[in-house]
Design a protein around this ligand. Structure first.
Ligand code: AMP
Ligand code: MG
Length: 499
């Protein structure tokens, strides 16, 4: 039985006042975190609540009222049972180790165990200053909070592991970023807030006992099956490597650029974590940099698999007191192969290929090259491909948004040959392809429009996008414009870390 976890089970629907908290992280030694309560935001109001996430916590969305949500998650009162802490972690930022990190503006309010026994972290982002705020104000701005809230749902809709948001609270309080902006708070809900950087902290501080304590906690909570292994820590690391490989393969398959892949933004569960200046690309550009302050392109789209690999090597380094070096190196060596397997698997599915042929990789690589060369909208291209019947009619429909090119024509002919080897009928294949090729994706301009409207006090677009992105594979005729050509101004949007 775990030292930290109490798996009590509630039997009825809950309210905010009686959530089933069981806070395990706070039972670790006090220097793993700082106990600190949220600082109330001025004049708060509810912007949006996500009914699906409410249900994860056994809350009845119909019973939630806006004022209570704004009250509790605007930091005006503690939820009964919550015990808020700022977690200590460190990490490599842009390749450089920074020992001074930690929750500088987000607080872990506690852990809720739902009726199915699932344990969810409740983390309030934008909750005010902590011991780890350095020179920061402890706040999050409305713009980036909306982006994180929408991104969680968009990822969830695509089936990519992610944190999500229960609700978004707005406020009259203002802070300065690149300009004056209004503050907000996001209640982030996730299985896990433990980052690679949590382990780095104890390694670089020279505290192997605490490193072991943290690893034991993670195994108890997340990697129970590792306990049976000869070296449970190695088994845990293997699991982290394989989840991270799968995650980045999914990002690469859908044109997602995280933007700030520092080791403190890497969840040990392989979930997309800490959304900042991220982008789902419109046109496919391997060199795309999502964060305009990342001038070297360290975190450009095509760098991500290599960077996740590098981040895993930082984690390996931190685990050296628990795992033999050779075993860690062997795992790291296996990463590119694991990544490639996941990537091929998803890209094959996106192309409607259920069987494997030896030149599939080449077919995919050539498509990526062509999409780059001709600035093809990736999401629209794959969605159009779902309707493939023959090369000629496909080329005709592609003509609507892809420039004519001999090379592309040739690729479509190759594809026609390749797809003819598949057994599925056209309608079945179409259905299968539509279940992995979204019609809608969270494009920067869509988030930008919702942010602009929210600035004018109109929050309806946030809720509309939340609903749309939850089922991106379905047709939503009322939102057809989001599946059409992106507006010109979409290309001018600039994103930065200042959030
Ligand atoms: P991020 O870029 O959001 O991943 O944050 C990197 C580090 O800076 C983390 O330790 C954050 O807690 C901290 N941080 C970011 N923004 C603020 C802020 N406005 N106030 C205090 N700390 C912050
Ligand atoms: Mg972060």
């Amino acid at each position: 039985m775990s030292t930290y976890l109490n798996k009590a089970m509630p039997e009825t629907a809950r309210t905010l006042e009686n959530l089933n908290f069981d806070n395990s992280y706070i039972r670790l030694p006090e220097y793993f975190y700082q106990r600190v309560e949220p600082s109330p935001l001025e004049a708060t109001h509810l912007i949006s609540v996500n009914p699906e996430v409410a249900r994860l916590l056994d809350l009845d969305p119909e019973e939630l009222d806006a004022d209570s949500l704004a009250h509790f998650f605007g930091g005006h009162a503690m939820l009964p049972g919550a015990e808020s802490i700022a977690m200590k972690y460190t990490g490599h930022q842009f390749g450089v180790y920074n020992p001074d990190l930690g929750d500088g503006r987000g607080l872990l309010l506690g852990e809720v165990v739902n009726q199915s026994g699932e344990r969810w972290d409740l983390h309030l982002k934008g909750a005010g200053r902590t011991a780890y705020s350095r020179s920061g104000d402890g706040r999050a701005v409305l713009r980036s909070s909306i982006r994180e809230y929408l991104a969680g749902e968009a990822m969830q809709g695509l089936g990519i592991p992610t944190t999500r948001g229960l609700c978004l609270v707005g406020s009259q309080e203002q802070v300065f970023r690149e300009q004056i902006e209004s503050c907000a708070a996001l209640l982030r809900v996730s299985h896990c807030h433990i980052r690679f950087g949590h382990f780095e902290h104890f390694f670089y501080r020279g505290r192997p006992d605490d490193l072991k304590r943290l690893a034991d906690y993670c195994i108890d909570r997340y990697f129970e099956s590792s306990k049976a292994a000869e070296n449970p820590y190695l088994a845990m690391y293997q699991e982290i490597v394989s989840r991270s490989a799968r995650l980045v393969a999914l990002w690469q398959s859908y044109g997602f650029v995280h933007g700030v892949l520092n080791t403190d933004n890497m969840s040990i569960l392989g979930e997309t974590f800490d959304y900042g200046p991220y982008t789902f690309m419109d046109t496919y550009q391997p060199a795309h940099i999502s964060n305009h302050t990342d001038q070297q392109g360290r975190y450009a789209f095509d760098q991500q698999p290599g960077i996740v690999h590098w981040n895993l090597s930082c984690l390996a380094q931190a685990l050296l007191p628990l795992i033999p070096r050779e075993a860690l190196e062997a795992e790291l060596e296996g990463f590119p192969g694991q990544y490639q397997t996941h990537y091929l698997q998803r890209m094959r599915a996106r192309l409607g290929l259920l069987t494997e042929a030896s030149d599939d990789q080449q077919l995919i690589d050539d498509l990526c090259r062509l999409m780059t060369q001709h600035k093809v909208d990736m999401t629209r291209f794959f969605r159009a491909l779902c309707d493939f019947t023959d090369a000629n009619s496909m080329l005709e429909s592609l003509r609507l948004f892809v420039p004519e090119s001999q090379e592309l024509n040739k690729w479509i002919l190759r594809y026609e040959q390749r797809i003819s080897l598949e057994a599925a009928s056209i309608p079945i294949r179409r259905m299968q392809m539509r279940s992995v090729n979204p019609k809608y994706i969270l494009r920067n301009y869509m988030a930008e429009e919702a942010i602009r409207e929210a600035g004018n006090g109109n929050y309806a677009p946030v809720d509309e996008l939340l609903l749309l992105l939850r089922s991106p594979f379905d047709d939503h005729p009322a939102y057809q414009r989001f599946a059409d050509e992106v507006p010109d101004w979409a290309g001018w949007i600039e994103l930065s870390c200042s959030s």
